[in-house]
Design a protein around this ligand. Structure first.
Ligand code: BDR
Ligand code: CA
Length: 313
């Protein structure tokens, strides 16, 4: 079985990813750390505790950083994920308590306690992972692998979703994303190139609502606001962003990948833009040299992801 730490900003598709990881027998969630993004950090942390309690996911939940490495607090996308970042469903009071450690410390402790066993999955602003790396560079060689939902690399014409250049998770903390891609650990990026290739329609969620028990009904409820936003884009379904990253952890064979150094722009009009120099391409010597090779996803079996998710629910 695979041990996973889930660093997340729930978030509708974050909740989907959590249910997918939790519902997969050979995945062992060992911790949840919260990130800013779909809500301010207090909101996403409350949501993470709520989800853990509601779905009896009995693992430590640690609160992460609210501001990016450069000190920026982004305003949440309330028209996409709702004001409470869970599609504005009513949320009952939460009793589960936070782990006392800040997110980066929980990450460091769990990685050191489980050498070469932990997969880090990050689906919000990636500040916590970068802080963990800065504080304990040794974790790079102790982690099994790192899977990020973020970025857009132009495959299938994927561009930014918060600016023409940048995807939201990378834009929220571009320096963190860049430092994660510069570290010597195996990184796979599940970006908009593939996540926008998988849609889940109302008919799909209706089926989950009918046959998916408590989780199925919950998924129907939280996706109403998200669905409306996607209809506004002219789509008949929602993009499957974070759950695609979870799907990659469970079934990497559903994806095609390409290797090469990745950098994330930390300033100017391209802030948060992600660029890959595919391995084998040769350029004059420069600051792309000596960056590790990162794997990005370029193709996905969308039906495979949908059926994996349906089974987990
Ligand atoms: C990413 O941004 C957030 O809104 C989603 O939860 C996802 O992680 C997509 O760009
Ligand atoms: Ca997210």
């Amino acid at each position: 079985s695979r041990k996973v730490i889930f660093d997340t900003d729930p978030g509708i598709d974050d909740a989907m990813a959590l249910l997918l990881l939790h519902g997969t027998p050979n995945i062992e969630l060992v911790g949840i750390t919260t990130a800013a993004g779909n809500g301010l950090i207090d909101t996403t942390t409350r949501n993470a505790l709520y989800l853990a309690e509601r779905f009896r996911i009995d693992v430590p939940v640690s609160k992460g950083q609210g501001a990016s490495l450069d000190g920026v607090t982004s305003s949440p996308p309330v028209t996409i994920h709702g004001r409470n970042a869970l599609g504005d469903i009513p949320l009952s009071a939460v009793h589960k308590k936070l782990d006392p450690r800040p997110a980066q410390d929980l990450i460091i402790d769990l990685v050191r306690a489980n050498p070469h066993e932990i997969t880090l999955v990050a689906t919000g602003h990636m500040t916590n992972l970068a802080l963990a790396l800065r504080k304990a560079p040794d974790i790079a060689s102790l982690v099994k692998d790192v899977v990020l939902m973020g970025g857009a690399f132009g495959h299938h014409d994927a561009r930014g979703n918060v600016t023409p250049a940048a995807e939201a998770n990378f834009h929220g903390d571009p320096r963190a994303a860049d430092e994660i891609c510069a570290a010597r650990w195996p990184v796979t990026i599940v970006g908009l190139d593939v996540t926008t290739q998988t849609l889940m329609t109302d008919a799909y969620f209706e089926n989950l609502r009918q046959h998916g028990g408590q989780s199925g009904r919950f998924l129907w409820d939280i996706t109403r606001v998200y669905m409306m936003f996607h209809r506004g884009l002219g789509l008949d379904g929602i993009y499957v962003n974070d759950a695609s990253a979870a799907a990659y952890v469970i079934a990497p064979e559903l994806f095609k990948t390409q290797k090469g150094a990745v950098r994330v722009s930390t300033e100017g009009v391209t802030l948060g833009e992600s660029v890959q120099k595919a391995d084998g391409r040769v350029y004059p010597p420069g600051d792309w040299d000596n960056r590790p090779s990162v794997q990005i996803c370029t193709e996905v079996d969308a039906e495979g992801v949908r059926s994996l998710f349906r089974k987990a629910v």
